[in-house]
Design a binder for this molecule. Structure first.
Ligand code: NDP
Length: 337
């Protein structure tokens, strides 16, 4: 017997990432070829025509797994019964906009969406925030969803950063991406993030050893990590904009799909990266939505505990956590939390 359709809500569905996401979800790339889906598209009135156009195209694809598509500009309608929410739409930073203004504008979006999820979503809902500043937007939504939905059902996307790190390593080491295991993104989805290879392996060999072999010694490997790898991963979004003339859309949508797929179907013991609600792991203040190495058994992400971070790594991680704490304090000062 065919399984019951899963209700998936996408906010900002009329935008670029939304356009790249919808067709892959409907094709079964996110939940597999046996899970039919219902799509619920949330947009603000200005984005509604674009979302309507995408819905017409979805119809024209005649996807066997797609049960129906509904559009709304009301979060309580769009999240009704939803089991998976991808929160993509966010307020971009405008010219001359201060960080506090950006946080306030996004609090006005993610607070009501979190509250609606808490009231009307499925009991077992999982929500991932893509729209930036993603970690703090997730913190706001999670706080607003309680008590209807526990805060730990919310996460934020650092899978694109993770994939970018894997991609850079694969090219540098001359291997396929699948040969790499254990890469981690720590901290905020921002320029302060810390992409870490200390516990990563390539075909079973420690990545630091493989880099030393490939690049001519330990010092050369360390210099490459500090001067090329970490800044390149952290600033890859700007590089894509410069080269492509437009932001990274397909790779962001792909990462969102992989984030949800792994959370729902499990990672099979492999480690990936996601920003999840801290319970104090690695000294990160409780409640911050911070990126860690994680695994999933299909019941949500679990932080990989007990990894050693040397002094340099810890300093990088702490700088990013300090930024997250400052964002949380700025939001709290607005009276949002
Ligand atoms: P995109 O679809 O390109 O991006 C959407 C969000 O994803 C942005 O906040 C963007 O952050 C973020 N993002 C995260 N990772 C990446 C990445 N790697 N590359 C690029 N962006 C990334 O934006 P559009 O303007 O095309 O679409 C946004 C849509 O959201 C519009 O249709 C708008 O109407 C809608 N919207 C809906 C809301 C709602 O449903 N209530 C509220 C607000 C907007 P960054 O800004 O840093 O690029």
């Amino acid at each position: 017997m065919a399984s019951a359709p899963v209700t998936v809500t996408i906010t900002g569905a009329g935008g670029q990432i939304g356009y790249a996401l919808l067709f892959r979800i409907a094709a079964g790339d996110m939940l597999g070829p046996d899970r039919p889906v219902r799509l619920r598209l949330l947009e603000i009135p200005q984005g509604m025509r674009a979302a309507e156009g995408a819905a017409l195209e979805l119809q024209d694809c005649a996807f066997p797994l797609l049960h129906d598509v509904e559009l709304s500009d009301d979060p309580r309608v769009a999240f009704d019964g939803c089991a998976i929410a991808l929160l993509v739409g966010a307020r971009p930073r405008g010219p001359g906009m201060e960080r506090a203004d950006l946080l306030a504008a996004n609090a006005g979006i993610f607070g009501p969406q979190g509250a609606a999820i808490g009231e009307v979503a499925d009991d077992d809902v999982r929500a991932v925030v893509v729209g930036n500043p993603a970690n703090t937007n997730a913190l706001i939504a999670a706080a607003a969803a309680v008590p209807g939905v526990p805060a730990d059902r919310f996460s934020a996307l650092t899978r694109l950063d993770h994939n970018r790190a894997v991609g850079q390593l694969a090219v540098t080491l001359g291997v396929l991406p699948g040969a790499l295991r254990g890469v981690a993104i720590w901290g905020n989805h921002s320029a302060t993030q810390f992409p870490d290879v200390a516990h990563a392996t390539v075909d079973g060999m420690p990545v630091p050893d493989a880099l030393a072999e490939r690049l001519g010694g330990r010092e050369a490997a360390l210099a490459w990590l500090d001067d090329v790898f970490i800044p390149r991963v952290a600033k890859r979004g700007a590089e894509i904009i410069e080269v492509r003339g437009s932001s990274s859309v397909a790779s962001a949508a792909n990462a969102a799909i992989e984030h949800v797929r792994d959370e729902q179907l499990g990672t099979g013991g492999a480690t990936t990266s996601a920003a999840v609600v801290s319970r104090g792991e690695y000294g990160v203040p409780e409640g911050l939505v911070c990126s860690f190495p994680v695994t999933s058994d299909g019941e949500g992400y679990r932080i990989v505990e007990g990894l050693e971070l040397d002094a340099r790594s810890r300093a990088r991680f702490e700088a990013s956590v300090d930024e997250l704490a400052a964002e949380r304090d700025a939001v709290a000062a607005l009276g949002v939390l």
